[in-house]
Design a protein around this ligand. Structure first.
Ligand code: SAM
Length: 316
């Protein structure tokens, strides 16, 4: 079943690589500046549904892997942002797409003055990139096409570095897609039949081990037979926990503006109140997406001089 769907999707995109399909291109809102170095051939077969690279806060020198890279648009945008010391890999299963992307790659390298993009043939379910290689994984309107999304999310986790993030734009459906639509090959190719519901997507990402999940953008994509389909961009982080929880006198104080927040591990942080946390949580709260929302007190190192709030068990 999985192979049958992948073959059919690959056939669909093999034709869409050879002859641009206008109805597959949706407003991904690329800025002129982002795409000024990219050949028109690539822009004509841009079949994304969002701008994951623009929302990923890409930094110079980072390594980015784009899954289902198609003609390469997001890889080329990323190449400009990571600069000559960065690295970008595009992964796609369809030969015709890879051919177009590789052909455009030399023109992009000429325009940028450096060559850091590499395209690889492979599946999302078996990404041809080694463990913990990427700072960022992006994907633009592709995961809905996979028959095995759970494995794709596990692969994303495997390829990301500790502290790395994914930024994925994809189609989600408002309600369960009915069986007769799922059986429609054209609708699979058009990114509708394989769409998950938003809560399923988030649950699957959490199940694969990601935390700090956030929907960064959401807009209507299409409505078909009374079902609304949306384009969303979801971001999540990989954080590898230590083998055991070690408490070493650290307290986290949430600074607001909400009255209280709860993290992915179930810790509750009432605003302004110190909560004892383990060393893993200290590291996590000091980095994105939590950094800036907490003050960490290290009572063992004596960094707490005048606590603004009473420590548990301490009278003030
Ligand atoms: C909708 S197009 C998007 C292409 C590109 N991300 C863009 O924004 O233009 C989907 C792409 O994903 C690739 N693809 C779909 N399913 C895949 C899978 N399971 N493994 C690898 N590539 C896949 C297709 O070959 C196609 O190039």
């Amino acid at each position: 079943m999985g192979k049958r769907i992948r073959d059919s999707v690959s056939g669909f995109y093999s034709s869409a690589a050879a002859k641009p399909v206008k109805s597959l291109c949706c407003a991904a809102n690329y800025s002129k500046e982002d795409v000024s170095h990219i050949p028109k051939d690539v822009l004509d077969i841009s079949y994304g549904c969002g701008s994951p690279v623009a929302l990923a806060e890409v930094k110079e020198g980072e390594t980015l892997v784009d899954l289902g890279s198609g003609g390469g648009i997001d890889c080329f945008i990323a190449a400009k942002l990571v600069g000559r010391n960065g690295k970008v890999y595009g992964v796609d299963m369809t030969d015709e797409m890879l051919l177009k992307a590789k052909k455009a790659s030399s023109k992009v390298a000429l325009n940028l003055g450096y060559d850091i993009v590499q395209f690889k043939k492979g599946y999302l379910e078996e990404v041809p990139v080694e463990d913990e290689k990427a700072d960022i994984i992006t994907s633009n309107c592709v995961i809905n096409l996979s028959p095995d999304k759970e494995t794709v999310l596990k692969e994303i986790y495997r390829v990301l570095k500790h502290g790395g993030r994914f930024c994925i734009s994809d189609i989600i459906s408002e309600t369960e897609v009915p069986e007769y639509m799922r059986a429609d090959k054209k609708l699979w190719g058009e990114c509708l039949s394989g769409a998950m519901k938003e809560d399923e997507f988030i649950k699957a990402a959490r199940g694969a081990g990601f935390y700090g999940l956030q929907v960064l953008s959401k807009s209507i994509y299409r409505e078909l037979e009374g079902i609304r389909f949306y384009s969303v961009t979801l971001r999540g982080y990989k954080f590898k926990k230590g083998k055991e929880c070690v408490y070493a006198g650290h307290f986290a104080v949430y600074s607001g503006p909400f009255k209280a927040v709860c993290d992915d591990d179930g810790h509750e942080y009432p605003a302004g109140r110190p909560v004892e946390v383990c060393t893993d949580t200290v590291e996590k709260l000091k980095t994105a997406p939590y950094a800036g929302h907490f003050t960490i007190w290290d009572t063992e190192e004596g960094s707490v001089e005048e606590p603004a709030v009473c420590l548990p068990g301490k009278c003030c």
